[in-house]
Design a protein around this ligand. Sequence first.
Ligand SMILES: Cc1cc2nc3c(=O)[nH]c(=O)nc-3n(C[C@H](O)[C@H](O)[C@H](O)COP(=O)(O)O)c2cc1C
Length: 220
Amino acid sequence: MNAIKPKITAIYGSPRRKGNTAELLQHAVKGAREEGGLVEEIVLRDLKMSPCLEIYGCLKSGRCAIKDDFQTVYDTLLASEGVMLASPIFFYTVSAHTKILMDRCQSLWVKKYWVEKIPAGQREVKRRGLFISVGATKGKKLFDGALLTVRYFFDVLDMDLWKSLLYRQLDFEYDIHKYPQYLTEAHKTGKEFVGALGTLPKRGEPSGAVAENLFPQGNL
Ligand SMILES: Cc1cc2nc3c(=O)[nH]c(=O)nc-3n(C[C@H](O)[C@H](O)[C@H](O)COP(=O)(O)O)c2cc1C
């Protein structure tokens, strides 16, 4: 058991409540709690969350101007040391539920780079992220699009992508039961995640480490 109790947000991004990513994330959550992680679970399909309306109401303070369930999710994310995000692959990227959350975090991008004027590339790693995903097919590039999107989203949250669990050839509900080893791996990874969060700088202290600039302007 880890001495510190890091706060972790677990985000269920599938429209299926008992789908493959949901079961994987539940196992990771269980593992994290066994190690002392304080996990808050967020099921995106249960929330009332508008897509980003591109009105840039966030320009005033960096806070999104749309008053809906995103407001509490935003606070929860920023209060966490770790985020475990689970999304199926839909059209080679994350689900629409997940993408809506990501787009609403544009307010955070605005806060950092336009309101607080932090120079691009000067960011500290304050959080760590775990990404869990599955897709139906077996293509080599199945997760490429989602990984690019997730890394950019995590970057906005001052997170590094600590690890991803990516599983191919899972389609129907309960397909994951054919691969108990994946669930075991998710459980173990949830435990290890708590340990990895223990190596972050303490809240309020500068990390001293400036992360690599993942997305230098226009390089992708
Ligand atoms: C709208 C939609 C788009 C999908 N797009 C892809 C895709 O691009 N590639 C793929 O391999 N599977 C695709 N799938 C299959 C899902 O990734 C697969 O069913 C997965 O197991 C769902 O995970 P879940 O049970 O956690 O929701 C798609 C499914 C849906 C409903």
